[in-house]
Design a protein. Structure first.
Length: 127
């Protein structure tokens, strides 16, 4: 996946030391993320772009998030999940953003303190 004017592929400097290439996903996930970002920026043209954080590694498998090879990052193994950094979405825009996400997905999205997690069924990984 490549960056566009409506979204940024984000990876913290610390995380990039361990996994520099974290933005792989199924074509369905990539299409969904692009569509969500495009609709969001149409509604909020002055807002910063969406920050897409972890998706999947090129070969899939476990992210070594805490650098101990344990399983805190369970959802990013097959290219069918992506984190969008909630903290980069202005607070006044978040409700509408979630409406866009939930309207686009036939599955569901989860929220935690820092990310909105997009979930889709898995297929073949592409970059």
């Amino acid at each position: 996946m490549t960056t566009s004017q409506n979204y940024v592929l984000y990876n913290s400097t610390t995380d990039a030391q361990y996994h520099a290439d974290t933005h792989w996903g199924t074509q369905s996930l990539i299409n969904t993320l692009v569509t969500i970002a495009d609709e969001y920026k149409t509604i909020f043209p002055a807002a910063p772009p969406l920050y897409i954080n972890d998706m999947s590694l090129p070969w899939g498998g476990l992210f070594d998030v805490n650098h101990d090879w344990r399983v805190p990052h369970k959802l990013h193994r097959c290219g069918n999940h992506a984190d969008i950094r909630k903290v980069m979405i202005p607070e006044n825009n978040r409700r509408k953003f979630l409406e866009i996400v939930c309207k686009k997905l036939s599955f569901y999205c989860l929220k935690n303190n820092h990310h909105i997690i997009i979930l889709l069924p898995a297929v073949k990984l592409i970059g």
